[in-house]
Design a protein around this ligand. Structure first.
Ligand code: C2E
Ligand code: MG
Ligand code: MG
Ligand code: MG
Length: 292
């Protein structure tokens, strides 16, 4: 049964609500057709420079517009797609659509910084994955400078030596690489410093209670310090309050992403933030002459 959830004011399903195996199987059948029936859509969540307030990029987040169920959250169908292998065509669609949109915005003079795309483990580990990215960049005529790829810490660390090999190929193509959900996995620091990455994303679970939970605050401080020492950019996910933003700014976190700034927005909503070629955020006009 669908329920009005807060996120994007749309209908979402959670595991709890669709727990039955039958439901899950029905969903799998529907998911097989989702790509060809053009039911997937991308939303884009701005990433903000905490010092200047400028937009540094957007993260593409997939949603599934199910004909009967309404908007289905990726938290539900991405794990299903991963289990069934459907993540390969879905992930390819996401990458192509994100590149197409970024190129269209660039051609229209709408600079939103980098377009970040999430990769799932099965997608990332495909032997020919770097080649697929290269083909999509060529097809969409997008320069690699404008694309960022996110892999989760657990994906990177699970098979670290293969991940390094894969990341090196992507890095040589000129892509910007980020480790997502950082702090939730089991990082080997020896491997971390061998990854050709540019950015760590502090998982939102450490940001949520940063005011009241000294352990969360200590972990966030540690990740910021680690990023600093490894010469990586660091971004905090899930910023919802001014207190969290101020704390992160004061502790040297470079960037932030969260409902405080913007929820994931449709392409049209992103475009509505442009005035005279500049992305204006809550009346705060910023210039974007180069990719941050
Ligand atoms: P993620 O990559 O860590 O993305 C951040 C999630 O946090 C997004 O959820 C976003 O809407 C949510 N979020 C952002 N700001 C806030 C905030 O201030 N408060 C709260 N409570 N939440 C916030 P979403 O869009 O539901 O995506 C969930 C996860 O699904 C993503 O986590 C990512 O792991 C996965 N996902 C989404 N799109 C894709 C995709 O295209 N491919 C793959 N492989 N995974 C995807
Ligand atoms: Mg992400
Ligand atoms: Mg994340
Ligand atoms: Mg997360």
């Amino acid at each position: 049964k669908a329920k009005e959830a807060g996120k994007n004011n749309c209908q979402f399903y959670t595991r709890g609500m669709s727990a039955s195996a039958v439901n899950y199987l029905l969903l799998e059948n529907d998911l097989r057709r989702a790509v060809e029936q053009q039911q997937l859509i991308l939303h884009y969540q701005p990433q903000i420079d905490l010092q200047t307030g400028e937009i540094t990029g957007v993260e593409a987040l997939v949603r599934w517009q199910h004909p009967e169920r309404g908007l289905v959250s990726p938290a539900l169908f991405i794990p299903l797609a991963e289990e069934t292998g459907l993540i390969v065509p879905i992930g390819e669609w996401v990458l192509r659509e994100a590149c197409r949109q970024q190129k269209a915005w660039l051609d229209a003079g709408k600079k939103i910084g980098r377009m970040a795309v999430n990769l799932s483990p099965r997608q990332f580990r495909q032997k020919n994955f770097p080649g697929k990215v290269e083909a999509i960049l060529r097809e969409t005529r997008l320069s690699a400078d404008y694309l960022e790829l996110e892999i989760t810490e657990s994906c990177a660390m699970e098979n670290a030596s293969e991940a390094i090999n894969q990341l090196n190929q992507l890095h040589q193509m000129g892509l910007y690489l980020a480790i997502d959900d950082f702090g939730t996995g089991y990082s080997s620091l020896a491997y971390l410093q061998r990854f050709p990455i540019q950015k760590l994303k502090i998982d939102s679970s450490f940001i949520h209670d940063i005011r009241d939970d000294q352990n969360d605050a200590a972990i966030a401080r540690t990740i910021i310090g680690l990023a600093r020492n490894l010469h990586l950019k660091v971004i905090a996910e899930g910023i919802e309050t001014e207190y969290q933003a101020d704390w992160l700014r004061q502790h040297g976190c470079d960037q932030g992403q969260g409902f405080l700034y913007a929820k994931p927005l449709t392409a049209l909503q992103i475009e509505a933030h442009f005035h005279a070629g500049k992305f204006s955020f809550d009346g705060n006009v910023v210039s974007l002459d180069s990719v941050a």
